[in-house]
Design a protein around this ligand. Structure first.
Ligand SMILES: [Zn+2]
Ligand SMILES: [Zn+2]
Length: 274
C-alpha cells in the first residue's frame, strides 16, 4: 500500500508492509528533482508505476540499508540518474549484500548499483541540501539539511522518540553525538525514513536524545550496583516486542543497553541475546 502526500513542494511517499502482522512503514521523498532514499525492493510493484511519471534527476541516499536503497538500480537504469551515498558505502553498493532472512523477507534484497560519493552539499534549482554526517545507526548515515526551509531529511536518525530495540552494530556513542550535532541546526520539519513528515522535529529529536541519555544513566547506575548487562536489560526492558523473538535477538533492547554502557566507558560484554 502506497500513500502519497505533498508538503510545501515535497512529495512524500509512504509504503506499508506487514511483518508477521505488524505494520512496517518505509518512506521516501521527491523534491526539486531530487529523490531522497528509494524505498525497499519489496514495494517495487507499487512504487515503480508511481515513479514512472515523476521527474527525478538525482538520488541521494541516507545510508546503505535495503529499505532505503531498494529501487536505486531501477532508477539509474530507467531514468539515467546518478545515485549519491556516503563515501564509505560507494564500493559496497556495487556488491550484492547478504541479508539475514527477516530482512530479505520484509524489505527484499536490492540489486547492486553504481553509486557516487556525496558532495558536501547538493545544489538543486530551488533548494540547497547540506549533507550532514550522522553516524550511529550505521557508519555511513547522513541527513540532508535545507536551511532556508528548516527541513531535515533524517533517514533512520529519528524513527521514534523512544526506541526499544537496536541492531548489534548500532553505536550509542556515535548516535548521541549525531543527535547533538543536528540539534545545533535550525530546523522544524523532519522527513523521517519511517515516520514520514513530523512537525516540531527539533523537539522530537531532543526528546530522543533525552531518552537515550536517561536510559544510559539508569544502565550505568545498575552496572555500578553490580548487575550484568543481561540483568540490566531485563530490568529496563522486562517485556520484549515480538520482533525480538522473530529476529532471534538481532533487533533487541540488549544491543541498545550494551552499546549505551559501552559509550559510558563500561566494559563491553557482547554475548548476543539470551
Ligand atoms: Zn537503516
Ligand atoms: Zn530504515
Amino acid at each position: 500500500m502506497l500513500a502519497v502526500d505533498t508538503f510545501d513542494g515535497v512529495q512524500s511517499v509512504r509504503g506499508t508492509l506487514s511483518f508477521f502482522g505488524s505494520p512496517l512503514k518505509a518512506c521516501f521523498f521527491v523534491v526539486d528533482g531530487l529523490m531522497i532514499d528509494t524505498g525497499p525492493r519489496s514495494l517495487a510493484r507499487e512504487t515503480i508505476p508511481f515513479l514512472q511519471d515523476v521527474p527525478i534527476e538525482q538520488v541521494a541516499l541516507t545510508h546503505n540499508h535495503e529499505d532505503h536503497v531498494g529501487l536505486s538500480s531501477w532508477l539509474i537504469r530507467s531514468k539515467g540518474v546518478r545515485a549519491f551515498i556516503h563515501n564509505a558505502s560507494v564500493e559496497a553498493t556495487a556488491r550484492r549484500k547478504k541479508l539475514p532472512w527477516h530482512r530479505r523477507y520484509s524489505w527484499g534484497t536490492n540489486p547492486p548499483f553504481v553509486s557516487h560519493p556525496l558532495p558536501v552539499r547538493l545544489e538543486r534549482d530551488k533548494h540547497t541540501f547540506e549533507v550532514i554526517p550522522t553516524p550511529g545507526h550505521t557508519v555511513d548515515h547522513v541527513v540532508f539539511f535545507e536551511k532556508e526551509k528548516g527541513w531535515l531529511f533524517t533517514g533512520d536518525l529519528f524513527v521514534s522518540t523512544n526506541p526499544v530495540q537496536w541492531a548489534p552494530d548500532e553505536s550509542a556513542n556515535q548516535f548521541i553525538a549525531s543527535l547533538q550535532r543536528v540539534l545545533e541546526l535550525d530546523f522544524d520539519t523532519v522527513f523521517c525514513g519511517h515516520a514520514g513528515i513530523r512537525q516540531n522535529g527539533k523537539k522530537l529529536i531532543s526528546r530522543k536524545l533525552g531518552y537515550l541519555l536517561e536510559l544510559r544513566d539508569k544502565a550505568v547506575d545498575l552496572s555500578n550496583k553490580g548487575y550484568s548487562i543481561h540483568q540490566i536489560d531485563r530490568i529496563l526492558f522486562p517485556k520484549k516486542p515480538p520482533s525480538t523473538y522473530i529476529t532471534r535477538g538481532e533487533w533487541s533492547s540488549y544491543h541498545m543497553v550494551n552499546s549505551l554502557l559501552d559509550s559510558a566507558g563500561k566494559t563491553k560484554n557482547f554475548t548476543g541475546n539470551s
